[in-house]
Design a protein around this ligand. Structure first.
Ligand code: NAP
Ligand code: GLV
Length: 306
């Protein structure tokens, strides 16, 4: 039984040390030094190359190193492989804090006052009146974000794939209710998984449905957003502002138009960072469950892609 770590774009030294400490007796290799590919049954993956999957004849489990699984080419996986992800209440709390903080920053016009301070301008204005926050995606993260916003006096609306009833949340579901949902959002938060159905969902028609004071906050994936449509919506005052934590290509290219757009604030994919400790505990538990033939935790539905 061999674990292959194929986590790209980060320094994995602490991760490898923690995995070796938690899984004594398990052979752990780090891609691209994968050794005999036939020995690999479990892969820990983050932005793994698509070509990897068909090279592993005995692959049984792919574990994402985060909440999202979009860095794993699900359609390229051999049949009967299970895909799991990290689910961590602390990650959801971090996300809720991030969203609340950025909604309040817009409401209190903090960006405007930071800019005015640079110019020694004294121009007091009442805080923005909009109080309705819509959340695209009411899953592990979206529901915790919703509760945090409700506790802080916001009216919360939610949009999901399936019909659901969550106390205190005005609920919408399915494509046919998307525009109606967006029309009620002073703040629109994207917390959807990236799938074929949700790619590009933050686009012209959604922005046209939003009120002109609307603020977009994308904390899900960059590929949810049609970038040119956002710039157009901001420049034509279709919507008021955007906060982006995630980008189609990360790190964002230095010549990208988002960097200097006056209505866009950005953070470098930090809204909710995977905790090494929690992740390693969940990876080790799933690895041991696989060895014992027991059910794994936090597996996705491969047909739905999340
Ligand atoms: P989750 O538990 O899988 O929840 C997904 C939600 O999206 C569910 O409510 C689901 O609806 C809804 N949904 C999925 N497809 C849909 C569709 N076609 N139409 C409408 N609704 C749809 O996911 P999560 O754990 O909350 O995470 C969400 C995403 O956040 C991750 O996939 C990742 O991309 C992103 N993320 C970002 C950061 C960051 O630092 N920026 C950190 C962690 C995660 P149903 O309830 O009906 O199934
Ligand atoms: C981060 O973006 C994650 O999916 O955990």
């Amino acid at each position: 039984m061999t674990l292959l770590v194929c986590v790209t774009g980060r320094d994995n030294r602490k991760l490898m040390t923690a995995l070796r400490a938690s899984l004594p007796g398990i052979a752990i290799r780090e891609w691209p030094d994968a050794g005999d590919l036939a020995e690999i049954e479990f892969v820990l993956a983050w932005n793994a190359p698509e070509s990897l999957w068909q090279q592993l004849p005995n692959l049984k489990v792919v574990q994402s190193f985060g909440a999202g699984v979009d860095g794993i080419a699900l359609s390229a996986l051999p049949a009967d492989v299970q895909v799991c992800r990290i689910v961590d209440p602390a990650l959801a709390d971090d996300m809720a804090e991030y969203v609340l903080g950025h909604v309040l920053a817009h409401k209190l016009r903090l960006g405007l006052y930071y800019r005015q301070q640079q110019q020694q301008l004294w121009r007091p204005k009442r805080a923005s009146g909009g109080n309705r926050v819509g959340i695209l995606g009411l899953g592990q993260l979206g529901q915790v974000v919703a509760t945090k916003l409700q506790r802080n006096g916001f009216e919360v609306l939610g949009w999901s794939r399936s019909e659901k009833t969550i106390p205190g949340i005005v609920q919408f579901w399915g494509r046919t209710q998307l525009s109606e949902f967006a029309s009620h959002c002073d703040y629109l938060i994207c917390l959807l998984p990236l799938t074929a159905q949700t790619r590009g969902i933050l686009n012209k028609s959604l922005f046209e449905a939003m009120p002109s004071n609307g603020v977009l906050i994308n904390v899900a994936r960059g590929a949810h957003l049609h970038e040119a449509d956002l710039i157009d919506a901001l420049d034509t005052e279709q919507i008021a502002a955007a906060t982006l934590d995630v980008f189609a290509s990360e790190p964002l290219a230095t010549d990208h138009a988002f960097w200097h757009h006056p209505k866009i604030t950005m953070t470098p994919h930090v809204a909710a960072l995977t905790s090494l400790k929690t992740a390693v505990a969940q990876i080790a538990a799933n690895m041991q469950a696989m060895q014992r033939g027991q059910p794994l935790s936090h597996c996705i539905d491969l047909d739905l892609g999340y």
